[in-house]
Design a protein around this ligand. Structure first.
Ligand code: PLP
Length: 459
């Protein structure tokens, strides 16, 4: 029987001719990149050049050499670093993952670099389907976009339109939502909105405080106060289920259920920002890890996805004209984002016993063992799965900055988060190996001991 022609909506990677050519190109690029490196002086000049272009220096003196392996990335000066911050969520499967590169190469060799909403390709369709497959039945639609901020802007527009004339929003204290003008006000960080015009229509509720047995009642009372003060004017409440910038703070299910149920009762939309939590908490979405699928109206994703999207229920589908935008995403980003979701499913990353959940346990054990050697240097841990943080020493920003800088010099990239206390945070690649974890913790210990000595701190 004659084989029917393959569908143009299937990935071209299924063709062995295409796959072999992609592998050959990847090998050639790696071989070439491996031979290139800048001398220390040329690297210094390149760093200064970047600072001039941007108007400020880079946070780390790091320019990628365009190649890596797992959690390790090669810099343009030929040195390598263990990257435990993943570009704050960009490199979810680490660097130069062969399977993702192959997916990317095939997508890149197709029709167009970017795709718009006017003429979507197979990658657009596959990604939308993959996102909704895990969303739990209640969320029916996905609108793709390029950045987390744009997904959140779309979410806010859908919520405001549905709840018009309500034009106020409630979010958690210390939340982060993105860098657009509207989201700079939603984000609870004064420095991030310095000099910007504000509407005064964003109100804050305290996030969960594990030290306060009345935390749920206290947050509910603050929400109640906003509802009473602005009757009929609160359109939605934003939920960052694990606070990212705010310090990888988690909360139990009951906390979110109480607030979300109150929102639903009051006719307030439940908007969940999963831009940072996407793929990092054990399920694809933290709202599923926490079993909140029946309480959400609009969910946004980004970062590890290699693009972004707003997912929404039928009721929040906006009237024509409200959301559009030239770009839905890059073709490579969409193809790789879809493949990441497939890999998470196929390779056992999801679920309570999945590799992401186990990574959280492995991290915890390493930190516990470091704490045995440095009891005064390691404070409380927070986070879940592939997003982990801890308080070093007294949690002062100066000490955290010194550790982050010293760790970089020694070969490890980590970052800071939160304030009072400031923490060391890690967005680990989901496929971080034991060897990588062990090396990372050895470097961390060296860096922390060096900073302790410099600042006269006892470990
Ligand atoms: C929770 C959260 N929402 C939104 C954003 C904004 O995403 P983007 O930087 O892609 O615009 C971020 C980025 O850090 C985030 O962590």
């Amino acid at each position: 029987m004659a084989r029917s022609k393959p569908s143009p909506l299937e990935s071209l990677r299924e063709s062995s001719r295409v796959r072999d050519a992609a592998r050959e190109l990847i090998r050639a690029v790696a071989a070439e990149a491996n031979q290139r490196e800048l001398s220390p002086k040329a690297y210094e000049r390149a760093l200064k050049g970047v600072a001039r272009l941007r108007g400020r220096p880079l946070f780390f003196p790091a320019i990628s050499g365009g190649i890596g392996r797992g959690a390790r990335v090669r810099l343009a000066d030929g040195t390598t670093r263990l990257d435990f911050i993943s570009g704050i969520g960009v490199y979810g499967f680490g660097h130069s993952d062969p399977d993702l590169l192959e997916t990317a190469v095939v997508a890149a060799a197709g029709d167009a670099v970017f795709q718009g909403h006017l003429l979507p390709g197979s990658e657009y369709i596959a990604l939308s389907k993959a996102l909704l497959r895990h969303a739990g039945g209640h969320l029916k639609h996905a609108w793709l976009s390029v950045s987390g901020a744009m997904a959140n802007e779309n979410a806010l527009k859908m919520i405001f339109q549905k709840h018009s004339p309500a034009d106020n929003i409630v979010v958690f204290e210390k939340n982060f939502a993105g860098r657009s003008l509207a989201l700079a006000e939603v984000t609870d960080r004064p420095a991030f909105r310095d000099g910007l015009p504000m509407t005064g229509k964003v109100h804050y509720v305290p996030f969960y405080d594990e030290g306060d047995p009345d935390s749920i009642a206290r947050s509910l009372a603050v929400l109640e106060g906003h509802l009473a003060r602005h009757p009929g004017r609160i359109a939605g409440m934003g939920f960052e289920l694990v606070q990212g910038e705010g310090g990888f703070r988690c909360a139990p299910r009951e906390f979110f259920v109480a607030l979300m149920e109150r929102c639903r009762e009051a006719g307030v939309a439940v908007w969940v920002d999963e831009v940072q939590t996407f793929a990092r908490t054990g399920e694809l979405y933290a709202f599923r890890t926490l079993g909140l699928e029946n309480l959400v109206d609009v969910v946004t994703v980004g970062k590890t996805l290699q693009g972004s999207a707003a997912l929404f229920t039928k009721a929040y589908n906006p009237r024509p004209g409200l959301i559009a935008g030239t770009y839905a995403g890059s073709t490579v980003g969409m193809a790789v984002g879809t493949r990441i979701i497939e890999r998470l499913e196929l390779e056992g990353y999801l679920g309570p016993e999945g590799r992401v959940a186990l990574l959280g346990g492995r991290f915890e054990r390493r930190l516990d063992s470091l704490k045995k050697r440095m009891p005064r240097a390691i404070g409380p841990r927070s986070g879940i799965g592939a997003m982990q943080a801890f308080v070093p020493f007294d949690g002062s920003p100066e000490i955290v900055t010194a550790i982050v800088a010293r760790a970089f010099e020694e070969g490890l990239m980590v970052f800071s988060a939160g304030s009072n206390p400031t923490k060391i945070r890690m967005l680990l690649p989901v496929n971080t190996t034991d060897e990588e974890l062990e090396s990372g913790f050895s470097i961390l210990e060296i860096a922390m001991r060096a900073v302790a000595q410099e600042h006269d701190l006892s470990c």
